[in-house]
Design a protein around this ligand. Structure first.
Ligand code: IMP
Ligand code: MG
Length: 175
């Protein structure tokens, strides 16, 4: 089936908002080093742009989790595919994610990281679909609240494609 992508948030809008979020984080972490934990693969584009906008010292690590189930919905079963390289103990950890949807992935991940003894643990997401929440997750920094639509771009994929789009779009199927 043919498909096209309709722009929801332009490159300019996304970049401007990331700059603002970066400024807020820089303020909140003043005098500290922030340890960014990127949730692969989707969080990677956002994390790179965000990190460039943060003025306090930054260190980075990466983690990959997968949820089993159908392609556009998460089933609630989360598996660690790639764990962090470094310990988060006593660090000021900020998890960076592309999107919070049902909340299942993040709820699991935040719990797991909390058990590893970071000094502080917060969550930053580029996108949030609050209407879809099944599990409660405290989000500390949000780029944009978006409606219940399947979006791609800026790290988000549809069947592994479209991650490289410099904007956020909605996949529409042509009939
Ligand atoms: P959760 O439902 O909050 O656990 O979301 C888990 C994951 O589903 C996210 O990290 C994304 O990888 C993926 N996801 C959720 N909504 C979308 C979407 O609109 N587009 C692309 N991926 C999505
Ligand atoms: Mg993700």
């Amino acid at each position: 089936m043919a498909e096209h992508v309709r722009v929801l948030l332009s490159e300019e809008e996304v970049d401007a908002r990331i700059k603002e979020v970066g400024q807020q984080i820089s303020k909140d972490y003043e005098g500290k080093q922030v340890h960014l934990v990127c949730v692969l693969k989707g969080g990677s584009f956002f994390m790179c742009e965000l990190a460039k906008r943060i003025t306090v010292p930054v260190s980075l690590d990466f983690m990959s989790v997968s949820s089993y189930g159908s392609d556009t919905k998460s089933s609630g079963v989360v598996k660690i595919v790639k764990d962090l390289d470094e310990s988060v103990k006593d660090k000021d950890v900020l998890v960076v994610e592309d999107i919070v949807d049902s909340g299942r992935t993040l709820s699991y991940l935040m719990e797991l990281l909390r058990d590893r003894g970071p000094r502080s643990l917060h969550l930053c997401t580029l996108l949030d679909k609050p209407e879809r929440r099944v599990v409660d997750v405290k989000v500390d920094y949000t780029g944009f609240h978006i409606p219940d639509e399947f979006v791609v771009g800026y790290g988000l994929d549809y069947d592994q494609r479209y991650r490289n789009l410099p904007y956020i779009g909605i996949v529409e199927f042509d009939d």
